[in-house]
Write a protein that binds this ligand. Structure first.
Ligand code: GRF
Length: 226
């Protein structure tokens, strides 16, 4: 889509919610640094005051908020989250290693504007310990999924998936590291597709506009030219 000359297209104001390390947050910040990016990271929220990932936000000069889940009920926590998101006029929310389950009400309010990244090829291996379970199951391919969030945990329309081969001598750590690399490519791509309006939900499946974009929604390092 062409822009009016001399006018900057408004970027979709995006919040990233984290609980820990924040490597996906860093990948999203880097992705949104591209001049043509459709999203801008306007806010980072952590429910853990000491989350190391907050450093990435501070280093990039992005507004940070800590919303601790511990003092009150889940309703109180989500009320505080909503207030901060509203105060920063957020359009899109990305969960990136955010270790709290959000209520059906909250998820509904953000329907099709709330993204999550999960370290498996959903619908395989929802929940925790995905790499250990993938090794135990003997799958030959593993990976990650960026999806729109629904009330059911680790479910919802799939935007982008990244695949990696599982090697016969893999350990959980090696496999996790290989998956994390594709996570860092998948999440910025998925956010760009959503923020630009090229990804939309039809009948609970994500449709991607444009042949070039549609080709990219499966990231397979083995197929890379580079
Ligand atoms: C990632 O593996 C993500 O898929 C999962 O939690 C982990 C977060 O890692 N939801 P990081 O904090 O982004 O480094």
């Amino acid at each position: 889509m062409s822009e009016a000359p001399g006018r900057l297209r408004a970027r979709r104001r995006t919040a990233v919610l984290i609980s820990g390390r924040g490597s996906n947050l860093r990948a999203l910040i880097e992705g949104c640094a591209a001049p043509a990016a459709s999203a801008g990271i306007a806010l980072v929220i952590s429910n853990q005051p000491q989350a190391p990932g907050l450093q990435h936000a501070r280093a990039a000069g992005i507004a940070c908020a800590v919303v601790d889940h511990r003092p009150g009920s889940r309703a109180d926590f989500e009320q505080s989250l909503s207030s901060v998101l509203q105060a920063h006029e957020i359009d899109i929310v990305c969960l990136a290693g955010f270790m709290r389950v959000l209520s059906a009400d909250f998820v509904l309010r953000w329907r099709d504007r709330l993204l999550n990244i999960h370290p498996s090829l959903l619908p395989a291996f929802p929940g925790l310990d995905t790499h250990r379970r993938a090794l135990a199951a003997g799958v030959r391919w593993h990976g990650c999924t960026v999806h729109f969030v629904r009330a059911e945990v680790d479910a919802g329309p799939i935007i982008v998936q990244g695949v990696v081969p599982v090697r016969l001598d893999d350990t959980e750590e090696r496999l996790a590291a290989r998956v994390l690399e594709v996570e860092h490519r998948c999440y910025p791509l998925a956010l760009e597709l959503v923020a630009s309006g090229r990804a939309r939900v039809e009948d609970e499946r994500v449709v991607i506009d444009g042949a070039a974009a549609a080709d990219q929604v499966l990231i397979n390092p083995l197929a890379d030219d580079s």
